[in-house]
Design a protein around this ligand. Structure first.
Ligand code: NAD
Length: 493
């Protein structure tokens, strides 16, 4: 391997216009500028991989996978667990790079993201022995069994909002199951992913983990359409997910998709108000500028609690410090780029133009000339909107939540299920009967009661409807989505 990297600047400079293929930094011809969203400064140029460069990574992966699949599963797991420890040992450096390229605050977001990513990799490292098949009682004089075997080369595509956790959720189970992986990092935020991958590679045979960077149109399409890719796992937008699903269907290969969301949070009259307010702030991921697919962006509060909830939520949001992501005092950093800011502002303008609606903005934008003011956004609550308003029905992917009052339980359940998404939901109540009834009837893949936690290792995570297909984060996810089942019938009669 190459020389150790000591500072965020070292890291960024080491990964200028390279891909990580066969455990080496392979120069790539062209580059894509990566900006620090908080300052507007150019951090550097990541690779803009061509179709041919992407195909080279797939070729290396294909060769490496043959020997990797022969390594006993538990030993593959041990290598992956060692890779997790290598990541954890460099957690601060990775977090510093992540904060620079994503604009997410180092204290409230980036350190936590690296810790969760390393934890997920370590969790999967312990699951090698769980890749079990079954014996089948078909005929007492025959041995009939199923075996789980790897798929081959997995293409993994990640977005910019939580790139390391999403990288971990795909790469770790794929590797432990005996696949080789080619990751396409997000062109908005590639460098922390590169660092995490390179640290992991120190414990993996050359070629089983490869990272290419590039545009979706060229590098992404080349990867998903490659005839040696046996599985695609994608997290990103609904539109790109649909496109990738069509490519997978055409090639008849499995595709896992984690797409958008518009998650409902139902606060019942008997809820613990303080817990619900804290849960709204953490669930809405206000410290990630709301850039989360799971964001609790539709908050339905019972009439009896509505005024108190709004008052306490506003007071808490006002205390969030918006500013330089690298400053330890900062709670809320920046939006990823100007395009995303324009989308957020378009939705807010639609709300402002709606009779009866109100836009409540909280916190203060930073007044620091060294920061690029345009990419900071205040936590915003929209109220008084019609139930079918675009701000209620569509994913905004910014720090904008809708709060609606409710009084009828059946109506609020219907509204909660009224978008085409189905990623997550939460219910806030002290009643077990309400919790049991509502969780059974909510159309979402990840439903929580009295909490709004993010992804946890060992807890299956994934959406229904247009939020995607497949699960992540669990044993079930590894076995179902990164292996295939082979049936063997032995007859020695
Ligand atoms: P995006 O779909 O634009 O990009 C995601 C990734 O796909 C990037 O690496 C991009 O380069 C690549 N890509 C783009 N076009 C491609 C193509 N034609 N072929 C192959 N790859 C292509 O999404 P984004 O803006 O980076 O991320 C935000 C989106 O991600 C939001 O919609 C959010 O809801 C979703 N998301 C979902 C989850 C989840 O778990 N459900 C988690 C995080 C983010």
């Amino acid at each position: 391997m190459t020389e150790p990297l000591f500072s965020p600047e070292d890291v960024i400079s080491a990964y200028q216009r390279v891909n990580l293929v066969g455990n080496a930094r392979v120069p790539s011809g062209a580059g894509i500028k990566v900006l620090n969203p908080a300052t507007g400064a150019v951090l550097g140029e990541a690779a803009a991989s061509t179709a041919a460069e992407t195909a080279d990574a797939v070729k290396q992966a294909k060769q490496a996978q043959i020997a990797w699949a022969q390594v006993p599963a538990r030993d593959r797991g041990k290598a992956v667990a060692a890779a997790a420890r290598a990541v954890a040992a460099q957690a601060e450096l990775i977090a510093q790079v992540l904060a620079r390229e994503t604009g997410k605050a180092i204290r409230t977001e980036c350190r936590g993201e690296v810790a969760v990513a390393a934890d997920i990799v370590e969790f999967y490292g312990g699951l090698g022995s769980e890749l079990k098949g079954q014996t089948v009682p078909y005929n007492p004089r025959m041995l009939t069994m199923t075996m789980r075997e790897p798929l081959g080369v997995v293409a993994a595509i990640v977005p910019w909002n939580v790139p390391l956790v999403l990288f971990a959720l795909k790469v770790a189970p794929a590797l432990v199951a005996g696949n080789a992986v080619v990751v396409k990092s997000s062109e908005e935020a590639p460098f922390a992913t590169y660092l995490m991958a390179e640290l992991m590679m120190q414990h993996l045979p050359a070629g089983v983990l490869n990272v290419v960077n590039g545009t979706g149109a060229e590098c992404g399409t080349a990867l998903t359409s490659h005839s040696d890719v046996a599985k695609i796992t994608f997290t990103g937008s609904e539109a790109v997910g649909e496109l990738i699903n069509k490519i997978g269907a055409g090639r008849i290969i499995p595709v896992s998709l984690e797409l958008g969301g518009k998650s409902a949070m139902i606060v019942c009259a008997d809820a613990d108000l303080d817990k619900a307010v804290a849960g709204a702030i953490s669930g809405m991921r206000f410290t990630r500028q709301g850039q989360s697919c799971t964001a609790a962006s539709r908050i339905y509060v019972h009439d009896a609690l509505y005024d108190a909830f709004m008052q306490r939520l506003g007071a808490a949001l006002d205390k969030l410090v918006i500013g330089d992501p690298l400053n330890e005092a900062t709670d809320v950093g920046t939006i990823i780029n100007a395009k995303q800011v324009a989308t957020i502002n378009r939705y807010i303008a639609q709300a402002e133009a709606t009779p009866g609606a109100r836009v409540h903005r909280f916190g203060r934008l930073p007044e620091d000339d060294t920061l690029s003011a345009d990419l900071f956004a205040q936590p915003t609550i929209l109220t008084g909107l019609p139930d079918d308003h675009p701000c209620v029905m569509e994913e905004i992917f910014g720090p904008v939540a809708v709060v609606q009052a409710w009084s009828d339980y059946e109506t609020v359940l219907r509204l909660a299920n009224s978008t085409h998404y189905g990623l997550a939901a939460s219910v806030w109540t002290r009643s077990l009967a309400t919790a049991l009834d509502s969780t059974a009837r909510l159309n979402a893949g990840y439903v929580q009661v009295n909490q709004n936690l993010t992804i946890q290792p060992n807890v299956s995570y994934g959406g229904f409807g247009r939020s995607g297909q497949g699960k992540e984060a669990s044993l079930e996810a590894m076995v179902e989505h990164f292996t295939r089942s082979k049936t063997i019938v032995m007859n020695f009669d």
